[in-house]
Design a binder for this molecule. Structure first.
Ligand code: AMP
Length: 286
């Protein structure tokens, strides 16, 4: 596995691969890798000839007062995990390499960024869309792998790539969970033992929402209230939102139908944790 820090080195490697008829798979991360990241790298390894992963804590997607400086980092461990997952090339640039001058050009995706994570973190998705557009421009044509765990991010990146005609196929992969259902996240490291014990209520609430829909409930407000009620049983978990929305648009429908996504976010001690699940709503029972 090669580790490079410059844009020119990544371009040389990916251009040479494509020129030789090889496909390129790309996994963007902010490091502090866990099995969720590893599952994306393994999926890329299975599908593509050259697997590139980036490790870059992107300052643009952190708001003032967020955890940029404290964001957990461990490059040697990350490199060992990436190598074991079959990554060929790690791009670990400095902030200066990615942003040598003040950023005057940003990418904003309207509408689907207005609610949920965008409401809590107003500059977050412009930061994500901008760095992902840059990374796609650096790595070039191929497939890019993202986790469903950040569902709104998947929607934003897909839309950005389509709207800008970027030659990248965005592949979304299932959320990797701990045995008790907690979605793996680099931020789980911030949880105290008590908070860690309380956090799986988020996944239980999502499961409760799925059960209600599978039992025939079609009113999003009823599903959302049931999820919120379950989260309220854990005093350490402060709910931000629990929502039942159309999977692609993140719009709240009057009646649940088709591909639905249940989204949840809560503050558990210091960190804000996110989770979501998908459910396909069939025709109403006769
Ligand atoms: P991050 O390092 O948090 O920016 O995440 C990098 C990529 O890994 C993003 O596409 C995330 O959605 C994905 N990811 C994070 N956690 C998980 C998880 N538990 N399961 C699957 N993918 C994940």
């Amino acid at each position: 596995m090669d580790v490079v820090t410059t844009i020119a080195e990544v371009r040389a490697a990916t251009d040479a691969a494509r020129a030789a008829g090889r496909t390129v798979g790309f996994v963007p991360t902010m490091g502090y890798l866990h099995e969720g990241h590893v599952s994306l790298m393994e999926a890329a390894r299975g599908d593509c000839d050259l697997v590139v992963a980036s490790i870059f804590v992107n300052p643009l997607q952190f708001g003032a007062g967020e955890d940029l400086a404290a964001y957990p980092r461990d490059l040697p461990r990350d490199l060992a995990l990436a190598e074991a997952a079959g990554v060929d090339l790690v791009f670990a640039p400095s902030v200066e390499e990615m942003y040598p001058r003040p950023v005057l050009t940003t990418v904003t995706v309207d509408d689907i960024t207005a609610r949920f994570e965008g409401a809590s973190r107003p500059t977050h998705f412009a930061g994500v869309a901008t760095v992902v557009a840059k990374l796609f421009a650096i790595v070039g044509a191929g497939r890019a792998y993202f986790g469903e765990k950040d569902w709104q991010q998947v929607c934003v990146v897909r839309r950005m790539a389509a709207d800008l005609s970027l030659p990248v196929e965005v592949v979304a992969r299932p959320t990797h969970r701990e045995d008790d259902g907690l979605a793996r996240s680099s931020r789980n490291v911030y949880l105290s033992a008590e908070e860690r014990a309380a956090a799986p209520v988020l996944h239980r609430a999502l499961r409760r929402g799925v059960e209600l829909i599978e039992a025939g409930e079609r009113d999003p407000a009823v599903v959302e209230a049931a999820m919120a009620e379950l989260v309220a049983t854990e005093p350490l978990v402060l709910l931000d939102y629990a929502a039942a929305v159309e999977a692609d648009t993140l719009v709240s429908p009057a009646v649940l139908a088709g591909e639905v996504r249940l989204l949840i976010a809560a503050r558990v001690g210091a960190p804000r944790l996110l989770d979501n699940v998908g459910v396909t709503v069939g025709a109403p029972a006769p």
